[in-house]
Design a protein around this ligand. Sequence first.
Ligand SMILES: Cc1cc2nc3c(=O)[nH]c(=O)nc-3n(C[C@H](O)[C@H](O)[C@H](O)COP(=O)(O)OP(=O)(O)OC[C@H]3O[C@@H](n4cnc5c(N)ncnc54)[C@H](O)[C@@H]3O)c2cc1C
Length: 510
Amino acid sequence: MVEVLGRVTVVGGGPVGLLLAGELRLGGAQPLVLEASDGTERYTRSFGQRAVNGRSAQTLALRGLVPALEAAQTAWAAQLAAAGQETKEGDQLAHVLQMMREGRSKGHFGGLPLGTGSGDSGRAYMMKQHMLEQVIADWVAGLGVRIETNAQVVAVHDEGTGVVAELADGRSLHAGYLVGCDGGRSTVRKKAGFAFPGTPPTMTGRVAAAQLSDQDTLATVLRGPNGLVNGLMVPGEITTVEFDGTGPTEREAPMTPTELADSMLRAGGMKVTVARLDSGTRFSDNTRQADTYRRGRVLLAGDAAHVHSPIGGQGLNLGLQDAANLGWKLALVATGRAPERLLDTYTAERHPIGARVLRNTRAQVALLRPGPQVDALREVLTETLAIPAAHEYFGALVSGADVDYAPDSAQMLVGRFLPDAFQPLAVEHMGDGRFLLLDLVGSEGIRAAVDGSDRVRFVYCKMSGADVTALLVRPDGYVAWVGVDTESAGLSEALDQWCALPSARSSSGG
Ligand SMILES: Cc1cc2nc3c(=O)[nH]c(=O)nc-3n(C[C@H](O)[C@H](O)[C@H](O)COP(=O)(O)OP(=O)(O)OC[C@H]3O[C@@H](n4cnc5c(N)ncnc54)[C@H](O)[C@@H]3O)c2cc1C
């Protein structure tokens, strides 16, 4: 029998698979990433640009990746500047993106700008997707994670005591658990029998590396006759969205210059000649979510678990948060240090968040449809966004700052990401992916609860004026427990529930 303890197969080496593999490694598991492509595809499929939202940036900050994010964004800004990319007067979409690059915006909701006053203080970053993937890939390489390219998984079998991945080259690889991070058309999801309910496409998006015969006619049209054209977001790329009611009828055939020109006319009313089209891809607002993120020893994360329109830029961020939530839990369970029930909290916590993103992206698609009724809706929403509380609500929605894994908790901080005031401490102490127990008052009882534990880092940091005396922070940055006095009431239970700490288990009788 093959020894599978600690082994986890991660299918797909996109951003989500890579981050998950890093988190698993930090947690003590042995992940193996199987990536179907040869690795170079990362660059060619990197159309458009990506907003790494405030929450994702805070998550990556815990692993010390802010300098790399800064460098990637600076490199991207330099490329835009070198291409002479300028925001034209009245070009709303380009204006929002420019503001995001400068750290002055959280993003947009259906093209309506959201300033930094909204939501949390986490800063968003703009870059190409392959740049973000490189940031994560470099970190993962430093952790010694094994990645196999040209390794396409064609079938998975959950054998009860382990999972077998069958590869196109005929090999069978065994592991204790397997996670499908293999994108929207996930083989893992289909082969493992996950249901994927949702709503079919109503729009066709196209993005292409293309040039017009007269580049000066290129513009961005947000409210076109039947959609939008984004000609200025990324130098050399043109994006169109058409509300055709059907979605792309053709997925695989290469895009032609005529197809793009016709789409620009229908969507934005722009009469142009496309002189050159090097490559292009189509997308839609197909909106679906797996019914559960775990079936036995097979789990899903990222686009494999949920797909939706890219409008609003949340898919990547949603997937990164799946990986951050799952990584430490699966590492504990796969290495035999925590019971299976910890894995059930993955679907319980992440599925509602995914459903919420599906809802808000559907709403954003509706807000971009043509017609006077939608124009009126946009005006009403623009007025609403002028109300600070509403602005904050929408900002938190798109930046992921409103995530609350324990909405019913009596303690407001429990289930929420660590508050801003403590984040520098977390960044300093959580690079190795362990739990953090922050003691703000110097309590013996709190320290004693984790004495000798290798899963929890204890840090005493005197902080007067805080509403709490101590915090237990999970490896993903979310608060598991707060102390309100020098006693440690509830701490053993939290340690037992989240990190199955042996001493805590015995002291709590669990
Ligand atoms: C035009 C466009 C703009 C977007 N803009 C944004 C944005 O601004 N912000 C945002 O948050 N999101 C955005 N998104 C969404 C974002 O790109 C995706 O959500 C993100 O790439 C999902 O990451 P993933 O790792 O889950 O999947 P993927 O990036 O799809 O990676 C899956 C990986 O699995 C591999 N794979 C597939 N099948 C197999 C197999 N059988 N065996 C082994 N490997 C396999 C693939 O080769 C790939 O490397 C946009 C998407 C599009 C199309």
